[in-house]
Design a protein around this ligand. Sequence first.
Ligand code: URA
Length: 209
Amino acid sequence: MPGVQVLSHPLIQHKLTLLREKDRSSSSFRRLLQEISLLMAYEVTRDMPTQLVEIETPLERMQSPVIDGKKTVFVVIMRAGAGLLDGMLDVVPGARVGHVGLYRNPDTLEAVEYYFKMPAGMPERDAIVLDPMLATGHSAVAAVTRLKATNPRSIRFVCLLAAPEGLRTFREAHPDVPVYTAAIDRQLNDHGYILPGLGDAGDRIYGTK
Ligand code: URA
């Protein structure tokens, strides 16, 4: 699917397999998620702009490239998106963090917004939206629509698992936003869960079930 990149690095795939196992503890789940998100950050930021700065090595002066981490804003879709944040911040510690709070109406599966907070100066920032599960796509579409109103310089969407239905919905609504995922699973079930999936990501991160 154009605009969708499956991150097939063996380390990401290995850790994803471990994450999917139903008997994994919350602490192990969180740890794996942090490791995977660090590896995903590496792929997602591959074409991040750099600028040359003058530094001094022990031997001489040189021009050398650096990123401007502060220009990156990780946008967490609450609450499960927070599970991907620590690994991303491990590699881009200077990044800012925004939050979008959405809940799924259980009858319509539509997303309803209850919280939205972004750093100032969004037109100068590259937004990387985090949500482990792209299921129906409704919350992802709503979050990115709302984010676009702040006019960021660019937007990318990162998830761990995507359902084909959610990917189609998202790409139709936001064809300009590239999606990075570790896997595209088979389908959604009648409750909007991804199959085979990994269950409810928020519950598994926070041990709330
Ligand atoms: N959200 C989840 O946490 N899991 C799914 O399978 C779908 C949506």
